[in-house]
Design a protein around this ligand. Structure first.
Ligand code: AP5
Ligand code: MG
Length: 191
């Protein structure tokens, strides 16, 4: 059996930051749908061209696009101990489709690690990252606001779904990076 962890949280919560130590310690394959999409854009593929305009406005790309990328990554990594899903699922449909994908192979989501952070801290972190990484979707206030609004409207409802399954775990993501990392790894030790 492979393990399937979901690293959950709003834009700028620290998913990418904490994914690195998590995958190292627990020998997981990291799948960031945002990073996969940015690499499609950088390579100029058809998928990337289609996704670029949506991402630059802070809108989601269609469910089937990200689900295709997830399915391909699962299929390409049959021997890893498990996967850390970063930025997926983020709609109710994606969560249902993930369950279906896993059930068809007798697998299930092992646990959801949810990084909790207020909207004002999100904005500060994204603005800080804009100066370092130059991501197109970090560049203006309207896009950042739309990403946060879309998170609350479309992604937050997943919390109740995973709570009902008894696999939802919250981590306070406010604090220094080492402090939050310690909390995340301590939780992972129990899952
Ligand atoms: P994606 O790349 O997943 O972006 P996101 O969810 O908006 O999250 P971020 O990557 O912005 O934040 P993060 O949580 O990784 O934070 P980070 O560690 O970098 O997706 C981009 C776009 O792709 C989406 O908007 C959508 O259009 C599309 N997309 C992706 N997946 C999709 C899906 N499933 N369905 C549909 N569309 C999809 O940290 C942020 C900053 O804060 C960094 O600078 C970091 O150094 C700093 N920081 C982190 N922790 C701390 C701390 N404790 N103290 C101080 N600073 C900190
Ligand atoms: Mg990220």
């Amino acid at each position: 059996m492979q393990k399937y962890f979901i690293l959950f949280g709003p834009p700028g919560a620290g998913k990418g930051t904490h994914a690195a130590p998590m995958v190292k310690r627990f020998h997981l394959k990291h799948i960031s749908t945002g990073e996969l999409l940015r690499s499609e854009i950088a390579s100029g593929t058809e998928l990337g061209k289609h996704a670029q305009a949506l991402i630059e406005k802070g809108d989601f790309v269609p469910d089937e696009v990200v689900e295709g990328m997830i399915a391909n990554t699962f299929a390409a990594n049959p021997h890893v101990k498990g996967f850390l899903l970063d930025g997926f699922p983020r709609t109710v449909q994606q969560a249902m489709d993930l369950d279906e994908m896993l059930e068809s192979r007798d697998e299930y989501v092992t646990g959801v690690i949810s990084l909790m952070i207020p909207d004002d801290v999100i904005k500060q972190r994204i603005k800080g990252r804009a100066l370092i990484e130059g991501r197109a979707d970090d560049a203006n206030d309207e896009t950042i606001a739309n990403r946060i609004k879309t998170y609350h409207a479309k992604t937050e409802p997943l919390i109740e779904i995973y709570k009902a399954k008894g696999i939802y775990h919250e981590v306070n993501a406010v604090g220094t990076i080492p402090e939050v990392e310690e909390r995340v790894l301590a939780l992972m030790d129990t899952l």
